[in-house]
Design a protein around this ligand. Structure first.
Ligand SMILES: [Zn+2]
Length: 174
């Protein structure tokens, strides 16, 4: 299905002498609502208003679930590359038992991979057409992570540079 996308990623890896491992590129499809929650717990900087560490994010998860930000995110097609170990740690700290249970169920349904590639499940033709664009974006993040090219590890604010790098690679004609 996303063989065309994988081909592009493989070519990009070759151009820049990056390590390429097909096993890294396994996708989990999630309903938009669930993806928004996992992405929030995974530290998505778009939600920094609700905190920047485990404690703040898990304390504020109920506010997040009631917020406009969540509503908007739960409608939008998106994807993320995240780390299941970090998410499990976040879920453990959620105080509201109902929310906690819900998050545990989401996490259980995912790959046991440490690095998770999550993409929202398309619900119509238009969304299905756009899904490859999202997959390419997330695959490039995964490729860079796999090669230890992750500037935000140095400084949180550098996530914008990581995005710029992915954007540059996405636009490459290969
Ligand atoms: Zn991105």
């Amino acid at each position: 299905m996303s063989e065309k996308v994988l081909n592009k990623v493989r070519k990009i890896a070759k151009i820049f002498s990056l390590r390429y491992n097909r096993n890294v590129f396994r996708i989990n499809y999630l309903p938009k609502r669930e993806l928004a929650i996992i992405s929030y717990l995974g530290g998505n900087p778009d939600f920094s208003k609700f905190g920047n560490n485990i404690e703040e994010r898990t304390n504020n998860i109920e506010d997040f679930l009631k917020s406009q930000e969540f509503k908007k995110e739960a409608r939008k097609q998106s994807g993320c590359v995240t780390n299941s170990l970090i998410i499990a740690k976040y879920i453990k700290s959620i105080k509201n038992q109902k929310v906690k249970k819900y998050c545990e169920i989401i996490l259980k349904a995912l790959d046991k991979n440490k690095d998770l590639i999550l993409v929202s499940k398309p619900t119509n033709f238009k969304e299905r057409k756009f899904t490859d664009t999202i997959i390419l974006h997330e695959y490039l993040h995964a490729l860079l992570n796999y090669n230890n090219v992750k500037l935000q590890k140095k400084k949180k604010e550098y996530w914008k540079l990581d995005e710029a790098l992915v954007k540059y690679l996405t636009d490459l004609k290969v």
